[in-house]
Ligand binder design. Sequence first.
Ligand code: GLY
Length: 359
Amino acid sequence: MKMLQVGLGDRSYPIYMAPGLLDQAGMYCRSALPRAEKIFVVTDSNVAPLYLDALTGSLRAAGFRTACRVVPAGESAKRPELLFRLWEDMAAARLTRTDAVAALGGGVVGDLAGFAAATFLRGVDLVQLPTTLLAQVDSSVGGKVAVDLPAGKNLAGAFWQPRLVLMDTDTLSTLEDRTFSDGMAEVIKYGCIRDEGFFRLLEAHPGRRAVMEHIEEVLYTCCGLKRDVVEKDERDTGERMILNFGHTLGHAYERAGRYETWTHGQAVSAGMVLAARLGAALGVTPPETAGEIRALATAFGLPAAIDCSQEDYAAAIGLDKKGAGEDITLVLLARLGKAILHKLPKAELLSLLAAEEHR
Ligand code: GLY
């Protein structure tokens, strides 16, 4: 069992990582939510048949009453209509300010249920029970919750820290390889931006089975790195932006594939390799770094490049919430293990992207 504490004053919370935690969720929730009587569980149609009974059984054994909503699996669940339905369900279940919402699933469920918790009755407590690698190393920690709008992903949301994060590593065994790889892109990202030693450890364990043998250590390292960044910049106005390494270009790839062809992790993987190539072209990143990221991504079945039109790059850059005015702030690597923020005109970035396409 590994444990980390996110230190945010009266919004601090623990993260536990171990096999079999869902069966003990009631006990952990009892200690994190001493006043709660009812827990409203949100999960999706893939996760419910696998883990919902274990969770609700454990919560009931610890004296909680439970209510549940199973949403359709997939990104399309992160829409305002389903948020509205969750609010109605929570009202029907007579959830009070001292009760709580539990998000059991991947990033979509965590974001949707988290935003419902942030807004229902002006905010009720939230427990994150992430079941995918991506949700465990990224979205369940740090308090970002949101739904998508037709104009773009995550455009309506909040910062709403959970009271508790429980990562049952057994849930990773039921993931498809593609979904596991999706999470590995974010795992590799942490090595790139903050910890070269961790990057080298991943190089020495190339593949799902080898990583799973060290999964608690991997989760602990990733969540520890994220915790350090979030504690310094909870509301994403400075250092937290380094967590978006590979994501600006990744948005272009997700968009180019109409959010269907490429998973988030696949897009981020190709985005990280290209960001390293751009960094080299700008004289910021050592020339060999892009090849090192490419090799590690490929070892985990992730793409190192994705075809994308200039229109998709331009649209992704223009829509990016992190870009301000005509300049954009890109996350680049000064070296493996050290990310920096680099501001440049959007027009210059587009020309660099065009030049890279022809190399
Ligand atoms: N996933 C990026 C962040 O939490 O800031």
